[in-house]
Ligand binder design. Structure first.
Ligand code: PEP
Ligand code: MN
Length: 264
């Protein structure tokens, strides 16, 4: 069902209020790794509004490698995130980690994110097949493209056709970067599937100083958009500060992404 053989026409998702994801539109989503506080959201939302970015990312349930790291503000954080985003015309993408969260989060999100650690959580994918909201599935940490497409097939065959795929880097033998952003995935996925393909250069390389060139490369490779981490003070971020852009870096990247997209 997710194959181009089955549907030739590219899938375009309409999030409402003029926000679209898919062919013909450059999708930009930015925000902190974790939702931390009202003040933090206030500053990032102002940055997004100033730069005409309509989608904000930010986790309230965080899959952390260590149980002692900050694990997110949960539903309380999401409700505030939702309320603040609504009044500013911003759409929300945030990670859902388990089946029980699908229902409680449903009314407060615009796009459900399935994280790299949950790409093959088939119960979660089944549950998301039953909702009427878009789902962005990240590629598994050691996942093949075929596995990513099979995960999408779970959601699609369950009845939810509103899907986005995200290349976020894979684990390889290379240790110079956090992950290896596999830009090969972009043209291959675009050939195989009608679904929108988004690149996450923040998790893909893990190094703030190299996020922008990899984002631009992702667009030139044919991606429909970029999702990246931004924060007013990345060095103080509760998670992933080392791969998070400050507002100056983010504003410059947004300008350059629009230029590069126009060249395609
Ligand atoms: C994130 O988006 O902050 C995140 C945890 O991503 P991933 O699942 O790709 O590691
Ligand atoms: Mn992160």
């Amino acid at each position: 069902l997710v194959s181009r053989k089955w549907r030739v026409r590219p899938t375009v998702l309409d999030l409402g209020d003029g926000v679209r994801i898919g062919e013909g539109t450059l999708t930009l989503a930015a925000g902190p790794c974790s939702i931390e506080s009202e003040g933090q959201m206030e500053s990032i939302m102002q940055h997004l509004v100033d730069n005409d970015v309509r989608i904000m990312r930010g986790g309230v349930y965080k899959p952390r490698s260590s149980p002692y790291s900050f694990r997110g503000l949960g539903m309380e954080g999401l409700k505030l995130f939702h309320q603040m985003a609504r009044t500013r015309g911003i759409k929300i993408i945030t990670e859902v980690m388990q089946v029980s969260q699908v229902e409680e989060m449903h009314d407060y999100v615009d796009v459900f994110q399935v994280g790299a650690r949950n790409t093959q959580n088939f119960n979660l994918l089944d549950a998301l097949g039953g909702v009427d909201k878009p789902v962005m599935i990240k590629r598994g940490i050691s996942g093949t493209l075929e596995e990513l497409l099979s995960s999408a097939e779970y959601v699609f065959s369950g009845g939810n056709e509103k899907l986005i795929l995200c290349e976020r880097g894979i684990r390889t033998f290379e240790t110079a970067s956090r992950n290896t952003l596999d830009l090969n995935a972009v043209p291959i996925l675009k050939e195989k599937t009608h679904l929108p393909v988004i690149v996450d250069p923040s998790h893909g390389i893990g190094l703030r100083e190299h996020v922008a060139p990899m984002a631009l490369a992702g667009i030139m490779a044919g991606a429909d958009g970029i999702i990246y981490e931004a924060h007013e003070t990345p060095e103080k971020a509760a998670s992933d500060g080392a791969q998070t852009l400050n507002f100056d870096e983010s504003a410059r990247l947004i300008r350059n992404l629009r230029r590069v997209y126009a060249l395609r």
